[in-house]
Design a protein around this ligand. Structure first.
Ligand code: SF4
Length: 282
């Protein structure tokens, strides 16, 4: 979308690539590597093809500064008009083994933009920041979000370990429907952090406080169940994510179905009573 704006400003005509067209330049982007999807599109109707994205080159080149900081053009995605998408910060100090952010964007969270760079009064803001609370400037950035009065979606979640009464008070001033966190590492006890957040947040419904629980990444079933049950008891809505689903044990897939199907999760309180499990055991 930024490339589209850049080229349009230069007087170029921009459109989605079609195999029937003829182009001076085609940009081809790819998010995932071969492990997840195959690159099946061959472009042979352009003078020049530029490939980019983590799927081609993890940790590869960034956009030039003047393009990175341009306001994105929504012409290619008209259905997203009315929502402002963007990053206020990039990078993350955590370097979790299953995540590419620290390797790709750096092991520090740094401010990359003010909100005004990509928001022009839209009703909704979808933030793509990987770990906004790790950014030293996050309080000033939260102030900008609060002042916008737009509905803010922290699409990549917030880091519960970095919440404190001050930034929770700021978050309370941001218009948001829901927040989500993650409890990925079973060796780390995050109970106190989750308790503190519940005590200070203005988000009253536990359904709007979602927590992703990573499974099949070195944790035991007991550790998975412990995190799920603890989160529910603390007033959160757990959501089970499975790392490399095809290799996951059956019990983990059952756990995912039990937790993520909210009708079942709210009626069957104990995992041992969950029907598919019982059938297999007896
Ligand atoms: S905290 Fe989140 S963004 Fe940071 S490395 Fe871990 S998973 Fe990635």
């Amino acid at each position: 979308m930024k490339l589209s704006e850049y080229h349009t400003r230069r007087g170029d005509r921009v459109e989605w690539w079609s195999p029937k067209g003829r182009y001076d330049l085609v940009y081809k982007s790819r998010v995932f590597t071969d492990t997840y999807s195959k690159d099946t599109i061959v472009v042979n109707n352009a003078e020049k093809v530029i490939q980019g994205g983590t799927g081609y080159e993890p940790g590869g080149k960034d956009l030039p500064y003047e393009i990175e900081h341009i306001r994105p053009d929504y012409f290619l995605y008209p259905r997203f008009l009315g929502t402002a998408y963007g990053f206020l910060s990039r990078g993350c100090p955590r370097n979790c083994g299953f995540c590419i952010v620290s390797g790709k964007e750096g092991r520090r969270s740094v401010k990359v933009a003010d909100l005004s760079e990509f928001w022009r009064g839209e009703d909704e803001i979808k933030l793509l920041d990987p770990n906004l609370l790790a950014c030293p400037d996050h309080e000033a950035l939260l102030e900008q979000l609060a002042a916008s009065r737009a509905l803010v979606d922290f699409t990549q979640g917030l880091d519960i370990r970095l919440t404190n009464p001050d930034n929770i008070a700021l978050l309370n001033r941001v218009r948001t429907k829901a927040v989500h966190f993650a409890w990925d590492n079973p060796e780390e006890d995050l109970t106190e952090h989750f308790k503190r957040f519940v005590a200070h947040t203005a988000i009253r419904s536990d359904r709007n406080r979602r927590v992703y629980v990573l499974t099949n990444y070195g944790s035991t079933h007991e550790q998975d169940l412990y995190r799920v049950n603890t989160l529910r008891a603390l007033g959160y809505d757990p959501y089970v994510m499975i790392y490399e689903r095809p290799t996951a044990p059956k019990i983990t897939r059952h756990l995912q179905r039990w937790v993520n199907n909210k009708r079942i999760f709210h009626t069957v309180k104990d995992f041992r009573d969950y029907a598919p499990m019982k059938k297999e055991v007896h």
